[in-house]
Write a new protein. Structure first.
Lengths: 1149, 367
């Protein structure tokens, strides 16, 4: 191995003074180059394009005409090209940025090679056609088919792409869509659990390419039953065993295990079977035929015979393959399930935990798209076949029947595009109806975009009030971020990946199975029931399938691991010896979460200093570390066989200290690469998160996504509907390693503000902050809000279209001042509310055919924005949209300086609004003349316990005084990735500050010193997207709803402020009756009605005759006028329309 | 025995405060946890019972008030202001920051801007550039005034980056002074009217004696305004007017102006031997020194109390109070960092004049 390769190097390291530990940090950037962050999305998508799509094609590669078996089509190859679009009979390559700007889908053609025969052809020699397009597949950015893959920074810049953008999302109709990682219970595995009634159940969710089914065994009143959807009633388990050919009770008991306790537990079930008088396979199958559900029997035309056998073959434990009707593997599988159930009854510890991460699989975009594609491909084929069959029936046979004509590309193209655009995954074949699978990529901040790509959407619905799945799982360690989860209903269910997590993709099973056999696994077929659970031997289970048993499980596991470490088998294959269940689990399926760890021999890391040097010199890559067996991936299950140390033992530790540790050094098998990688991307931004109260970190994870800053190097050429940018974003003074790894130091989301922690002016209560006006003048917290307005030049069915006309600018006071000569507003112009953006005219007649002299009417598109604010047209983009209509996009820019009420937050979940803005001369200043940018109230600290923020302040202060960025990575103190407070204090003292960071401050108002030392220094502050300007609202008179004549609702409609029920209660309680009357009647919807005193119904006033009239009584004799809310009158009339007659009885009239 | 007030005891000197009160009155004592006696005692009769007059008398103020300039460079000045109350020193500081007028770019007429930097941001950046123009030679541009040579300075920026060339940086020296006023023409209200420029200068500024020698340029030539990519260009005209820092920080004549009270470090006891060396080592700014007493004995002394930054290392975590850190309440070390329009000493006299004006105004309003 690597260590032995170079004797001189190892000698040198031996001779060198003993170093405490090797700095393994450099492994992280090397890892992130190949895996991690969003690479799992890309990997899974690449897997789909390169392997899965071919498998799907192979599974459905033949189409044969119903009437003529010679008329057939066979797919021979399928492949995905680079993204392109057909434009006027020429193929043009697409770039992602072009798609974003012109609302296109970044999709590539899926091409197939086919062999097919044409109808009524003399020689039935198959024709070969290559490169037939069957549809367009949206392409994930940075995947292997994307134009961006493998490009360097300069080339990316040329394509208009940000080099820091991680990719991993799709562009559908111009919007960026992420397919969220879906969390699921693992397929094809036995899960022992209790159901809602408290019964012990063993369930297997089988999933193969052909079928999906769920098999449940449960114990009811000591008897075991099978529940399968195909059977109407639970079936006694022994009947099933009989039906599968296990006619001997003894063999069944032997198969479960010889322990007499198992026999006792099985007895009631055996007795029940006997009482049903079922002794033979034939009897059992007949019994089962009677229990098959009507839906199934109807399908096969009321032939019940043989149905049960088919169900047992295809549906029952569908993941266990049946060769030539041999039920033996299924029997064994069922018996293992029974055995595990018995174990669970005898020993409650052996229940499986559904929340255990090892029992979960993450479905990534590749798998989800593959599901969709499979369905669409099958549908497309059957649709094509259907068309062909129909054509065969009707064909006049003038032209030969050609398969190619019936393969419609739109089917797959539209299906994929629609699903990704809406996020609705409807696969009828698998009864899958999932909503919200894809989301719009949030581009509010760079971190927000990254964060939404590592998000895992939960398997449970959010409304369930359960604590189990929401709790932090110990097995989550290192795989899923413990901090990053939303607050509220999805708390704990929606999770995020940690920094070093990788999600596996499927791996070829065949070679692994044969490898297992050659390593001494005894095949099931050769084992008798008795031998199955012989003491000392372990069952070997491969991807949920029982392969056989092995007498020396540890040796087998070691051999497998050795092969994995030497790169002979895939690095993501996991081998897990379960001592409790006497099983060895080998897994190579996709969707397992795993992470890299340094391998240690008896507690000594295999990575030595010279390896790291080679890495730093660029000679060694992360894959070399894997290949040389220095690092390996462990999944959650295999972690249970490992003893992982946080740090390598230090050699200079004395013996007494060693004894204190509760684990022996020699038993350590692995060492963490860096402890801060247990956090995800969002939590990685927080400096010193391990000093904070944990919910604060969670709050920051949510808030970091709302912080403004830079979102990418291409931010100014993007056309997002809403974009917030900071004018002068900064890199945090107190950084973490994660920040550097993800590129947050290049695309910052905040500014370093000098903060004084003191109370000032009383406008700082409830977390409000006081800001220095001069700081704001100089550009602190200044931001740009860009909004997109789209105007489409519509074309109509009769061939007419809108016209955009040059305006007469000279008119003084017109709202057409900003129009250019082409009738479209010019970039750089200041645009005010109600200004015309496009001087558009629409034809009056859009339906009938008009020859010429089209009559137009004015239809200018006006800008609607806040009154009194100067917004500027930043850019105008003319492009054609998907329907080939001209669309004009205006990017309107508004630069804002902070004002009272704008929301700010530090990186420690400490949000606050700006309470007041104070002149600089009134601000306190220090002995060195430093004046803070903002003042924070010290009451923010005691209850929040954000010590990390205090250390950030100290570290920032030390950083500015010594000119070095300080670090605050999580748990970084021992490994030197976080500066210790002691060292920071030392730096502070060296530069003449107090060790505690507290300064002697003079009041800016009185000029005298303050009677306390003030904790002051720089803290990184984020400006959050919630700004007063977007929210403030007031109205006096304004628009009303047509129907009820009441004021409109909501800020966007300039709505009224509702005097609600509770406010009304207050007024009643207070007795302000006239006030209520005014609010609810006069200020709302007063209306005068004519009421007929006789019939009590509403009449009307005839303005011609100048008389009121009751249309019920047909006279106007007893009419009186009264006032009531219009909504009330409306209610009466609506009731009348439903045959309810409300009559008004007037006491005074 | 007849009762006698403690103050009437023969050993209490009349007309002079006892030591501890005198300390309270004249010094801020910076304890380890918090400073005490930070405020001055304002009431004139506060010590009347001790026969001490606490009132401020003009004669004594005139006699005692002193200014000693410590350091004076082009942009920076440090001076000691002795014998004055903090409220007055603070008034000068506040006036310096917020009320001494300067010239700064207020209006930017954008002709063309194809750079990445937005118009508003560019205008904001231009505003913050310090101008080398004496504000005393200008008048305020009032609301109904038209901009003329007495109240407006016009600059022009016309840069473009050659296509195919490298990127370029636009620096402040590329802003060119237009002594004849604006060169841009307003859109005429009707076609017959003569086009008017945005300013109405009656004469060229460089013909005026005040400016003919000293052109109204930038204070610093190397301030980055924008960066241009190939093919991008900026063309604009910037109008600078007079204003004060209260309105916007760009008009503040100082980067900052502040004072600190004179540090006084007192050794309460003799510190000798190792303790002395320890104390000397503790201080990061070398306030203490060691005096050789001969015969090998060493004693700590306070050599540079002025350097004390109040890091409080010398009094941190010590059980016995050996050192006391104090601030002299009526001795201010005043620092003015000029932004460049005026030299710092002129700024201070300007500030004094403004305070004088204010006082005059108060007096005239009262009488």
């Amino acid at each position: 191995m690597g260590a032995e390769d170079d004797p001189s190097a190892s000698l040198k390291t031996l001779a060198a003074p003993v170093k405490s530990a090797v700095d393994k940090f450099q492994l992280l950037p090397a890892f992130l180059k190949v895996r991690g962050l969003v690479k799992q999305h890309i990997d899974s998508f690449n897997y789909f394009i390169n392997h899965d799509i071919k498998k799907i094609m192979k599974a459905n590669d033949r189409l044969v005409c119903r009437y003529d078996p010679d008329l057939c089509l066979r797919y021979t190859n399928i492949y995905v090209e680079e993204p392109s679009v057909d434009m006027d009979f020429s193929v043009e390559k697409l770039t992602p940025h072009l798609c974003r700007l012109s609302d296109r889908t970044y999709a590539a053609p899926i091409k197939v090679d086919i062999e097919y025969t044409k109808g009524n052809q003399a020689n039935k020699k198959p024709e070969i056609k290559r490169g037939l397009v069957i549809g367009r597949l949206p392409i994930m950015l940075r995947s292997c088919r994307c134009v961006l893959s493998g490009k360097d920074e300069a080339e990316l810049a040329k394509l208009g792409e940000c080099p820091l953008d991680p990719g991993g999302y799709f562009i559908v109709k111009g919007t960026e869509k992420v397919i969220l990682i879906q969390e699921q219970l693992s397929k094809n595995r036995i899960i022992i659990d209790t159901d809602s009634k408290g019964r012990v159940t063993a369930s297997v969710t089988s999933s193969t390419h052909e079928t999906k089914s769920k098999t449940v065994f449960f114990i009811d009143k000591d008897k075991i039953y099978l529940q399968l959807n195909q059977f109407i009633k639970p079936i006694p388990i022994m009947v099933i065993m009989r039906a599968m050919g296990m006619e001997s009770d003894q063999e069944i008991v032997q198969m479960v295990g010889r322990d007499p306790r198992y026999g006792t537990l099985l007895l009631p079930s055996l007795q029940e079977c006997a009482s049903e008088r079922i002794y033979t396979q034939q009897q059992a199958l007949e019994y089962l035929d009677g229990k098959v559900g009507s839906a199934n029997s109807a399908r096969s035309g009321n032939r019940k015979e043989g149905l049960a056998r088919a169900i047992l073959l295809d549906v029952f434990l569908a993941n266990v393959p049946v060769n030539q009707g041999n039920f033996r593997p299924k029997c064994i599988y069922a018996s293992v399930m029974l055995r595990r159930m018995m174990d669970a009854i005898l020993n409650a510890d052996t229940f499986d935990d559904k929340d255990y991460v090892g029992n979960k699989r993450l479905e990534l975009s590749g798998q989800l798209i593959s599901l969709l594609f499979e369905d669409l491909f099958k549908s497309m084929n059957s649709f094509a076949l259907e068309l062909l069959n129909r054509a065969y029936e009707h064909a006049s046979r003038s032209s030969p029947l050609d398969f190619v004509h019936y393969i419609k590309q739109d089917y797959i193209t539209n299906g994929l595009e629609k699903s990704i655009a809406t996020g609705n995954w409807d696969v009828k074949r698998f009864k899958m109806h999932r909503k919200g699978v894809s989301q719009v990529l949030s581009r509010l901040s760079f971190i927000g975009a990254l964060g939404s790509m590592t998000r895992i959407s939960p398997q449970f619905e959010k409304t369930r009030k359960v604590s189990g799945p929401r709790a932090l799982q110990p097995s989550q360690w290192g795989m899923l971020c413990p901090c990053d989860t939303p607050e509220g209903e999805a708390c704990g269910l929606t999770k995020n990946l940690a920094l070093m997590t990788h999600v596996t993709t499927d791996e070829e099973e065949g070679p692994l199975i044969s490898l297992c056999h050659s390593l001494g696994v005894q095949d099931l077929a050769l084992l008798s029931a008795e031998e199955l659970h012989a003491p000392g031997s372990f069952l070997v289970i491969f991807n949920g399938l029982i392969l056989g048993k092995h007498r020396q499980p540890q040796r087998f596991a070691n051999a497998m691991r050795k092969l994995r470490r030497s790169g002979k088998i895939g690095e993501f294959v996991s081998i897990f010896v379960n001592e409790k269940q006497h099983c060895v689990y080998v897994a190579s399926d996709g969707g397992r979460v795993c992470r890299p760890l340094v391998i240690a021999d008896k507690g000594i890391s295999r990575i030595k200093e010279h390896h790291m040097k080679e890495l730093r010199d660029g000679v060694r890559s992360f894959d070399d570390f894997l290949r040389d067996g220095l690092v390996e991936y462990l999944d959650v299950n295999e972690e249970n066989n490992a003893l992982i140390a946080l740090y390598e033992y230090e050699n200079d530790k004395d013996d007494s200290e060693k004894e204190k540790d509760d684990v022996k050094r020699s038993s350590i098998t692995h060492i963490e690469i860096e402890p801060f990688t247990i956090l995800g991307v969002c939590a990685g931004l927080i400096p010193y998160p391990h000093h904070n109260q944990s919910p604060r970190n969670t709050y920051q994870c949510a808030m970091g996504k709302q912080a403004m800053g830079n979102i990418g190097y291409n931010q100014l050429s993007r056309a997002d509907t809403l974009l917030y940018l900071l004018v002068y974003p900064q890199r945090p003074l107190l950084t973490t390693k994660t920040i550097e790894l993800v590129g947050y130091d290049k695309l910052g989301g905040g500014q370093n503000a000098t903060v004084a922690v003191m109370s000032y002016s009383g406008y700082d209560i409830e977390d409000a902050i006081v800001m220095n006006k001069s700081s704001l003048d100089r550009g602190f917290g200044r931001c740009i809000a860009m909004k997109k307005y789209t105007v489409v030049k519509e074309t109509y069915s009769n061939g007419t279209s809108d016209a955009i006309v040059r305006s007469n600018k000279e008119k003084v006071g017109s709202n057409m001042q900003i129009l250019d000569d082409d009738g479209i507003a010019a970039p750089g112009e200041i645009v005010r509310n109600h200004d015309v953006l496009v001087n558009k005219f629409t034809p009056r007649n859009t339906r009938d055919r008009v020859s010429r002299d089209i009559d137009y009417k004015e239809a200018p598109s006006k800008y609607k924005g806040p009154e009194g604010e100067t917004t500027v047209i930043d850019r105008v983009i003319l492009s054609s949209d998907t329907n080939d209509k001209l669309s004009i996009k205006f990017i309107v820019r508004h630069t804002r300086r902070p004002e009272v009420g704008d929301k700010f937050s530090s990186r420690h979940g400490q949000k606050g609004v700006c309470g007041t803005i104070v002149q600089q001369e009134d601000f306190p200043f220090s002995e060195r003349g430093i004046c803070p940018d903002l003042i924070m109230n010290p009451h923010g600290f005691p209850s929040r316990m954000t010590i990390g923020k205090m250390i950030e302040l100290l570290g920032g202060k030390a950083g500015v005084s010594c000119g070095r960025f300080h670090y605050g990575s999580a748990f970084g103190e021992p490994s030197g990735h976080a500066d210790k407070v002691e060292d920071i204090s030392y730096t502070l003292v060296k530069h003449g500050f107090s060790y505690s960071g507290k300064d002697f401050i003079y009041s800016g108002i009185t000029g005298y010193p303050l009677q306390a030392y003030i904790f002051m220094g720089p803290i990184y502050y984020q400006k959050l997207k919630h700004m007063v300007l977007d929210k403030m609202h007031a109205r006096a008179k304004g628009p009303r709803v047509m129907l009820t004549r009441q004021p409109t609702e909501g800020r966007s409609r300039d709505g009224g402020l509702r005097l609600g029920e509770m406010e009304r209660d207050c007024l009643i309680a207070y007795g302000a009756s006239m006030m209520i009357f005014e609010r609810l009647m006069l200020s709302s919807d007063p209306y005068q009605v004519q009421v007929c005193r006789q019939c009590g119904l509403l009449g009307y006033y005839n303005h011609k005759l100048k008389a009121a009239f009751c249309s019920m009584c047909k006279n106007g004799d007893n009419i009186s006028t009264m006032k009531l809310p219009y909504a009330c009158k409306l209610l009466f009339q609506e009731l009348q329309s439903m045959n309810v007659v409300p009559r008004l009885k007037l006491t005074e009239a | 025995m007849p009762r006698v007030s403690a103050l009437d005891m023969p050993d209490v000197p009349m007309g002079q405060l006892p030591e501890h009160l005198q300390l309270q009155r004249t010094r801020v004592v910076c304890k380890a946890d918090a400073p005490i006696h930070t405020e001055a005692i304002q009431y004139s009769g506060a010590y009347a019972s001790m026969g001490v007059d606490n009132s401020l008398r003009l004669e004594s103020f005139c006699k005692n008030f002193k200014i000693e300039v410590i350091r004076l460079t082009e942009d920076e000045m440090e001076f000691d202001m002795i014998g004055i109350d903090a409220s007055l020193a603070n008034a000068f500081r506040r006036i310096l920051i917020a009320e001494v007028p300067t010239m700064a770019i207020e209006k930017v007429l954008m002709v063309n801007n194809t750079s990445v930097i937005a118009d508003e941001v560019l205008a904001h950046r231009l505003g913050l550039i310090p101008l080398n123009a004496d504000p005393r030679l200008f008048e305020y541009l009032l609301e109904n005034d038209s901009p003329n040579e007495r109240n407006t300075i016009v600059y022009k920026l016309d840069v473009s980056c050659r296509k195919g060339g490298p990127r370029m940086t636009v620096k402040s020296d590329q802003l060119k002074w237009l002594p004849n006023g604006s060169e841009l023409e307003m859109e005429p209200p009707n076609q017959s009217a003569k086009p008017k420029s945005y300013t109405s200068f009656s004469c060229s500024q460089d013909s005026m004696p005040e400016f003919s020698k000293k052109p109204l340029g930038m204070k610093h030539e190397d301030i980055i305004i924008a960066k241009l990519g190939p093919g991008q260009a900026i063309e604009l005209e910037a109008h600078a007017v007079k204003g004060i820092g209260k309105v916007h920080a760009k008009w503040s004549p100082v980067s900052t102006a502040w004072y600190r009270m004179l540090p006084e470090v007192v050794l309460l006891k003799d510190i000798k031997g190792d303790d002395a060396e320890k104390l000397v080592k503790k201080c990061p700014v070398n306030v203490f020194d060691i005096e050789d007493l001969g015969n090998g004995e060493k004693k700590a002394t306070v050599s540079k109390p002025r350097a004390c930054t109040l890091c409080r290392e010398c009094i941190r975590g010590v059980n016995e109070e050996l050192v006391e850190l104090r601030r002299v309440k009526d001795h201010f070390i005043f620092t003015i960092e000029s932004a460049g329009a005026l030299p710092p000493e002129v700024l201070f006299t300007e500030a004094v004049k403004i305070l004088e004006d204010k006082c005059d105004r108060v007096i005239s309003e009262l009488s």
